[in-house]
Design a protein. Structure first.
Length: 325
């Protein structure tokens, strides 16, 4: 007999009869009629040239051949089930480590809630956050070194999937001791401004985005076009006094300098909760930008990855609802 000639359904019936020692109960377990179970046993007996089960008053008693087969058949069936079933993920017991790429802005506004959820639901899961700047982000995702990236993207290749986390516009911040009142275009034109750029000028950014392998990520972290349009008719143009490669130094640099900074609104709210920061509306509208999570499509159907994306969605619920506290 060649194993290629064996119908796997016959082995399922054999396993059920071995466990239940009853054709009736075995038929209920495999959702077949009693006659179908009896017919399957007859086919298997003929193929193996062995009775396999002998009907007695105590039930179906296995032969020596059946007893020898049973553990091997059970193990084979379980292996097949494991091979075709989607892998399961239990966040409460998992010791998985996920790697996320993010800049300091998105880390500051997303990570606190994310870590709160992890502490409650996945105490053994580790998170590594890598800087989204200064790396070939698309390559790192392609190689599987990054599970997900968080950022603002203007173009995404088809091999990547994404989900909206939140949107934002820009505001002006100063040290709280600097009383500016309502910001007009004229008042803005007299200020010295700090902005953040993740090295786009050196890396050949186009319209504030760096493109790598079909993925374009934002590098210039303020709406330069709206800024220049709004002030194009002013007699004086605000001075871009400082350009930084990151956000977290801004509160310290605002203290006593007389400078102002243009930053994403969620970050300004976060700064104001822990620093002496005043927030002002800009005298012009800035483009509302989307912050999205990004991952490779090969992860679709991976239970652990699905959990990670849901985790990031829940960690940004307050940002989508407009509640920053």
């Amino acid at each position: 007999m060649n194993v290629r000639d064996v119908d796997l359904n016959l082995l399922r019936v054999f396993d059920a009869v071995m466990e239940e020692r009853s054709v009736l109960r075995a038929s209920q377990k495999v959702f077949l009629s009693q006659s179908a179970v009896s017919h399957s046993l007859a086919r298997l007996r003929e193929m193996l040239d062995d009775e396999l089960f002998i009907r007695t008053t105590a039930g179906m008693q296995p032969t020596a051949r059946a007893l020898a087969m049973a553990p091997l058949v059970r193990a084979a069936l379980k292996s097949l089930e494991a091979a075709i079933e989607l892998p399961k993920f239990d966040s409460k017991t998992s010791t998985r480590k996920f790697t996320i790429a993010a800049n300091d802005f998105t880390t500051m506004v997303v990570a606190p809630r994310l870590l709160q959820i992890l502490s409650a639901e996945a105490p053994l899961v580790d998170i590594a956050i890598k800087p989204v700047t200064r790396i070939d982000l698309a390559e790192q995702i392609d190689l599987g070194r990054i599970d997900a990236a968080i950022g603002t993207f203007s173009a995404m290749p088809q091999r990547f999937n994404s989900r909206l986390l939140f949107e934002y516009d820009d505001v002006l911040i100063t040290h709280a001791s600097q009383k500016l009142g309502t910001i007009t275009t004229a008042a803005l034109s007299r200020l010295s401004i700090m902005v953040v750029s993740f090295g786009g000028e050196q890396e050949g950014a186009i319209d504030g985005f760096i493109s790598e392998r079909g993925l374009a990520r934002r590098s210039e972290m303020y709406d330069r076009a709206a800024f220049e349009r709004a002030l194009s008719a002013s007699e004086s143009v605000p001075r871009i006094a400082v350009s930084l490669p990151h956000f977290l130094a801004l509160p310290a640099l605002l203290d006593g300098s007389g400078l102002a900074a243009i930053v994403p609104r969620p970050l300004a709210d976060s700064f104001a909760r822990s620093h002496a920061i005043a927030i002002y509306e800009l005298p012009y509208a800035t483009t509302r930008l989307e912050v999205r999570s990004l991952w490779h499509q090969r992860h679709e159907g991976d239970a652990s990855q699905d959990w990670l994306h849901d985790l990031m969605r829940r960690a940004t619920d307050h940002l989508r609802s407009g509640t920053a506290n």
